[in-house]
Design a protein around this ligand. Structure first.
Ligand code: COA
Length: 201
């Protein structure tokens, strides 16, 4: 991938950027609004934690962090992506990524692009070989978005999380550094841009 300064986290009118002070209101909402996170809602969380973390390192930790998803020409954040360091087999570090978009931005082709951009970013700035992501068996939108972003489904992780009063399975996906880039795939159809509204579920 050719590196052009400033270009590595923007494509197709979407960019990833560090969290700024004005984004903290959005992050607070995810901590206290049931359902806004989708299936990842696990009850109320400390809404001021977002400010503390922002003051500590701007959400740009080496081992975990967040970047805001922004549709260019729009002043507001559409959501955020996250990354977290993990290790398999002693020294084999990987990153696990996550994403949440605010409801008005879902189903517009932003989610898969944001996750593909985050992979580009991680492969560019860390030597990591493997990026993984988990999702829920009922989250068809995220399964499709991960596949569009170049991830492959690895399997079912049984009883991976406790939500909604019971233990639930998760689906595990991964993308390796040398896997085909989703940007190289020929467009199935002309993308109308992030402002075109498609039905979201
Ligand atoms: C999951 C999420 C990130 C997906 O991003 P998105 O921008 O809505 O998805 P995209 O528009 O990029 O669509 C990607 C693919 O999913 C499909 N898709 C989108 N929404 C869908 C829906 N509700 N049901 C079924 N398929 C859907 C699209 O058609 C597209 O498939 P295609 O490549 O075959 O055309 C977003 O909907 C979201 O933030 N949801 C709430 C939080 C969440 O679930 N996060 C993930 C937790 S694991």
């Amino acid at each position: 991938m050719a590196y052009t300064p400033g270009s590595e986290v923007r494509r197709d009118g979407i960019r990833l950027r560090p969290v700024g002070e004005p984004d903290l209101a959005m992050l607070r909402r995810f901590a206290v609004e049931p359902g806004l996170l989708g299936l990842d809602w696990h009850g109320f969380r400390d809404p001021v934690a977002a400010e503390r973390r922002h003051a500590a390192d701007g959400w740009l930790g080496e081992h975990d962090g967040r970047l805001v998803v922004e549709v260019e020409d729009e002043p507001a954040a559409a959501g955020f992506v996250s990354y977290r360091h993990g290790v398999y087999g002693g020294t084999a570090g990987y990153r696990e990524i996550g994403i949440v978009l605010l409801p008005p931005w879902r189903g517009r082709g932003i989610g898969w692009r944001a996750q593909a951009l985050l992979c580009d970013y991680l492969f560019l700035h860390t030597p990591v070989q493997r990026v993984q992501a988990g999702t829920h068996p009922e989250n068809v939108a995220e399964q499709r978005a991960l596949e569009r972003a170049g991830f492959q489904r690895e399997g079912v992780v049984r009883a991976a999380e406790f939500r909604g009063g019971r233990w639930c399975d998760a689906l595990l996906y991964s993308r390796l550094r040398d896997d085909p880039s989703p940007w190289d795939r020929p467009a199935e159809r002309e993308w109308p841009g992030p402002d075109a509204v498609h039905p979201a579920g």
